[in-house]
Design a protein around this ligand. Structure first.
Ligand code: HAM
Length: 422
């Protein structure tokens, strides 16, 4: 027997019964982004592998363990994007977008790919809504971006279900001292660390703080925290951010353990976390990345942003009982009997659609009874039956399915559309 092909592990189909929920989420996040001045940017699904190695960082779990990397037929190493920031910055630089008004605010809805162990809220192909602001070094920008996430969550009624945690991981200047402190702390227990973290110890000890192995996380729990090593500038930035968050009325806690899983961050990092969807409760993560634009070949340009996992957002929405706007159903089903009537029904359905009405007619060659059964199954709001006598009279009875009430209506697209819209 032939083996049926299944969707790859860690991927999800979005079926018609739920795609309208995705559409509502996407509409709302893009609407909020637009209100805050963010315009959509689209970039390729795959990029030169070096882009992610240089931005996300080659000692991160994402680059070391999770990327979908392959050689194309031209022997180039390419990688399916594991996140959206790198592609955004690459596109911004390549297209010279930093040459016009700053700050530049761009946002995206993208699929991302990471070879992780799938579980609830963790997929190998997942979707992000992300936003990036380039050009501002001010903590006001940090607060503004965080406030946008907060507004989105509030619009979904999730302000109480998701909490904000913030931290500062400093700049390259203060990070040198912090790295030294981490190295001497972890060196005492070097032999207990996993093989990957042993190599990270020399290259990038902060990454050990983010390791998912139980032993490394247990050791990391006692490690020095970055907040104790901030230089004056970074400390002042963090302080100002908190003043602004308070001014915006946004509640938060400082969690000195947040380091994020990507290498490009500097100063502010933040996460929006929920306890309502299990272990993968980080709905949104972001922060400042003041060195990335330069790292990718641009002029030194401070920047920051965030990305929200849409699958996780959907899980929180469902857990909170959020009511999506009902799925649009067929407004009018045109049932027909006989050749002339079939032709008339098809023509009317087409004309109604041109007039903006969701109309359907039979395309299966079904009996009238079977047509009505179908209309019922798809939840059509109204039905009309067209036969020879209706054609001759130029009018037919339109039936409201929920009440069973009928009313005569002229058999023209204009009259039917007007009837449905009254
Ligand atoms: P990230 O924390 O790696 O950050 O991912 C952002 C969000 O994507 C997470 O908080 C989570 O909701 C979702 N996510 C990540 N991995 C998965 C997965 N395997 N399955 C389902 N959802 C997942 C970034 O990607 C940064 N680019 C965010 C950013 C933008 N920072 C600055 N600008």
């Amino acid at each position: 027997m032939e083996v049926k092909i299944k969707a790859p592990r860690g991927t999800q189909d979005v079926l018609p019964a739920e795609s309208y929920q995705w559409q509502e989420i996407e509409r709302i996040v893009m609407e909020e982004a637009s209100r805050s001045g963010f315009a959509e940017i689209r970039f390729p699904t795959f990029e030169d592998t070096a882009l992610f190695q240089r931005s996300v960082g080659d000692t991160t779990d994402v680059v070391q363990k999770e990327m979908y990397t392959f050689e194309d037929k031209g022997n180039r190493s390419v990688t399916l994007r594991p996140e959206g920031t790198a592609g955004t910055i690459r596109a911004v630089l390549e297209n010279g977008l930093l040459g016009s008004a700053l700050p530049l605010r761009v946002c995206y809805l993208t699929s991302c790919f990471r070879y992780e162990k799938p579980q609830a809220g963790r997929l190998r192909e997942f979707h992000q809504f992300g936003a990036e602001m380039l050009g501002s070094a001010s903590p006001v920008a940090d607060a503004e971006v965080i406030a946008m996430v907060q507004r989105i969550l509030t619009r979904f009624g999730l302000a109480g279900a998701v909490r904000l945690e913030i931290n500062s991981i400093g700049c390259p200047k203060c990070r040198a001292d912090y790295h030294a402190a981490l190295r001497s702390y972890f060196a005492q227990r070097r032999d207990e660390l996993c093989a990957t973290c042993q190599t990270r110890l020399d290259k990038n000890p902060m990454r050990i703080l983010d390791c998912k192995s139980p032993v490394c996380s247990e050791i990391a729990a006692g490690a020095p925290v970055g907040l104790d090593y901030l230089c004056d500038e970074c400390a002042a930035h963090f302080d100002q951010l908190q003043r602004h968050l308070k001014a915006f009325g946004i509640g938060y806690t400082v969690n000195p353990r947040i380091v994020r899983g990507l290498d490009y961050y500097t100063k502010t990092v933040f996460e929006f976390i929920t306890d309502t969807i299990g272990a993968q409760g980080t709905v949104c993560g972001g922060g400042r990345y003041d060195g990335l634009v330069q790292e990718l070949g641009g002029a030194p340009t401070p920047a920051l942003g965030f990305a929200m996992g849409l699958e996780r957002l959907l899980l929180v929405l469902r857990a909170s009982g959020y009511e999506f706007q009902p799925r649009e159903v067929c407004a009018l089903y045109l049932a027909s009997m006989g050749d002339q009537a079939h032709l008339a029904a098809a023509g009317l359905a087409d004309a109604l659609r041109r007039a903006g009405v969701r109309a359907e007619c039979d395309v299966m060659g079904r009996s009238l009874k079977a047509q009505m059964k179908y209309a019922d199954k798809i939840g059509a709001r109204y039905t009309v039956v067209i036969g020879d006598s209706e054609l001759a009279a130029g009018k037919a009875a339109v039936k409201e399915m929920c009440s069973g009430e009928t009313a005569d209506c002229t058999l023209s697209a204009e009259a039917l559309a007007a009837f449905l819209n009254q």
